[in-house]
Design a protein around this ligand. Structure first.
Ligand SMILES: [Zn+2]
Length: 223
């Protein structure tokens, strides 16, 4: 279990799990102290859809979920994609976002930040963003098409390297650029150093072994 350094706040529960903890509702309930029935996972489909709790059901398809409800724990499941947690302690709103290359190309993090600003009156200076373990530029070689899709949504910035004639993409860095563009200050953004592909003993990595197992990112306002 990894607690992001920028979310050690008495009003919020925020953590990323590793392989051994996974995403089982009972395990997450035990780790967080939140009753299993109050843990919400959207049905992830690599979309740019953002939903709200209450409102969304366990059948709702979305890759980003937002709540101001205390006592609810939002979760996203990942195995290489980036789990992103957002928290605004001024407006008391939290969000959990799943960003693979498709979600990043869809601008899902930027859109989630826009929702916080427009619907919950968040100021960008108050929004804290944490990104959990994901596949990093050391291991994430992508096609020119994938890179172009991410670049068209992200714009200029440092989020890829060229190696052996190929393109290696860093999705957390691309998402950082998207957050910066929405006005979130650099110092409010925390990114895990861990690469899921580099550490298959610690993390599930779809690209490493094709496993269907997942770890997660979780966030909720304390009751
Ligand atoms: Zn790696």
């Amino acid at each position: 279990m990894i607690v992001p350094e920028n979310m050690k706040d008495q009003n919020v529960i925020a953590f990323f799990t590793e392989k051994q903890e996974g995403v089982d509702q009972k395990v997450i309930s035990r780790l967080s102290g939140v009753p299993a029935e109050d843990i919400f996972f959207p049905v992830q489909r690599h979309t740019d859809s953002i939903v709200h709790v209450p409102g969304a059901t366990q059948e709702t398809v979305a890759d980003s979920v937002v709540t101001t409800e205390r006592g609810v724990l939002l979760g996203v499941k990942v195995a290489d994609c980036v789990p992103i947690l957002l928290y605004d302690p001024a407006s008391m709103v939290v969000a959990a976002t799943h960003a693979g290359w498709r979600g990043t190309a869809g601008g899902i993090l930027g859109k989630t930040i826009k929702v916080l600003k427009e619907r919950y009156n968040s100021l960008p200076d108050d929004i804290i963003v944490s990104m959990g373990p994901s596949i990093r530029w050391c291991c994430y070689r992508v096609s020119a098409e994938v890179f172009e899709a991410v670049r068209s949504a992200t714009g200029e910035g440092e989020y890829h390297i060229l190696r052996d004639g190929g393109i290696c993409l860093d999705l957390p860095s691309a998402n950082r650029v998207q957050a910066l563009r929405e006005g979130v200050p650099e110092e409010n953004i925390w990114i895990s150093e861990d690469c899921t592909f580099c550490y298959p003993d610690r993390f599930n990595s779809y690209r490493y072994d094709g496993s269907g197992e997942r770890q997660g990112g979780f966030i909720g306002l304390k009751p």
